[in-house]
Design a protein around this ligand. Structure first.
Ligand SMILES: [Zn+2]
Length: 323
């Protein structure tokens, strides 16, 4: 059901079948003669069908529509290749574009997953099932790249780009300082915790994410319009909860390592997860994959703090507590 969440700002939930996220919020801002759409859906028939009735009901003319995509994930970016016209601009960020243009991206992730203990026999299957691979946008995309502080006007609104790395390297939000509204993408969500995960070696996404939370904490915001679930206010309360969540996760990882050195995959299997499976072995492969990446992000962060050490044994990375 289409909802006008703010004057001339509309939202529809585009369904994400068999996905724990359930749906993504796609926003449309009606301007003077042009439309701006924020995030789209996965590139799969179920999303396209929902999107077609959304734009029809709202009277959106794709020839006069520009797109702002908060980050690279397929549920946000995927469908844009089916929607954007020659006359459309697709606004996006630099760091995630590097990943789009990296032909070795999935091979690097596969290699890193193996080093971090993901069973070799499952890696290819996990990647083939990965929504980021199955439902992504067709290439090439005509992207207009933005940086911190760049402005996009839509109707009476003038949005400022806010770089918020963490959930992805290039994640970008939009802030309207006059109306104090904030399109948060997957940076801050109300009832679910954004996945912070890592499968390649040199980033510290959790550290970046916590920094980006602190950055947004200082903003004067009255309404957060997130990528998933309901709009909300009181962003500082939610930021405090998210920081607490990651602190508790770090503590959990440290206590798991008390039992001895383990790979990121083993640590993930010992963490508690909000999923309807009793045993780790019963987790669907994509869930094991996300869990492993999340465990690794916390291990990497703790290593940066000097609380955890990483050792290579026979080409496999093991983590242990630092005395
Ligand atoms: Zn995402």
């Amino acid at each position: 059901m289409i909802e006008e969440v703010f004057p001339n700002i509309f939202c529809e939930e585009i369904p994400l079948p068999q996905n724990p996220l359930k749906a993504i919020n796609s926003y449309v801002i009606k301007g003077d003669g042009r439309f701006l759409m924020i995030d789209t859906g996965m590139n799969r028939p179920e999303c396209l069908q929902a999107m077609e009735s959304y734009i029809k009901e709202l009277g959106v003319d794709l020839k006069r529509t520009d797109f702002f995509i908060t980050h690279i994930h397929a549920d946000h970016l995927g469908l844009v290749s089916e929607l954007a016209q020659d006359s459309s601009k697709v606004y996006f960020n630099y760091p995630d574009t590097e990943i789009i243009n990296d032909p070795n991206h999935w091979e690097e992730i596969a290699a890193s997953a193996g080093i971090n203990g993901f069973p070799e026999s499952d890696i290819q299957a996990a990647i083939l099932k990965h929504p980021g691979r199955r439902y992504h946008a067709r290439r090439p995309l005509p992207l207009t790249l933005l940086r911190e502080g760049d402005r996009i006007a839509a109707g009476k609104y003038v949005f400022q780009c806010v770089e918020t790395p963490g959930h992805t390297r290039g994640h970008m939000c939009l802030y309207e300082p006059k109306e104090k509204i904030f399109f948060s993408g997957d940076h801050i969500l109300e009832s679910i915790t954004p996945n912070i995960s890592l499968w390649t070696a040199d980033d510290d996404p959790l550290q970046e994410y916590l920094k980006s939370l602190d950055k947004i904490n200082d903003y004067d915001i009255e309404l957060v319009l997130p990528g998933h679930r309901r709009p909300f206010d009181r962003h500082r309360r939610r930021i405090a909860e998210l920081k607490q969540h990651h602190e508790a996760r770090n503590e959990e990882v440290l206590s798991i390592l008390k039992k001895g050195r383990q790979s990121a995959y083993q640590v993930a299997s010992n963490m508690s997860w909000d999923i309807d499976c009793e045993r780790w072995e019963d987790f669907p492969l994509p869930q094991q994959w996300f869990a492993g990446g999340e465990a690794l992000a916390h291990l990497q962060y703790l290593q940066g703090l000097g609380r955890v050490k990483r050792e290579l044994q026979n080409g496999k990375a093991l983590f242990l507590l630092r005395e």
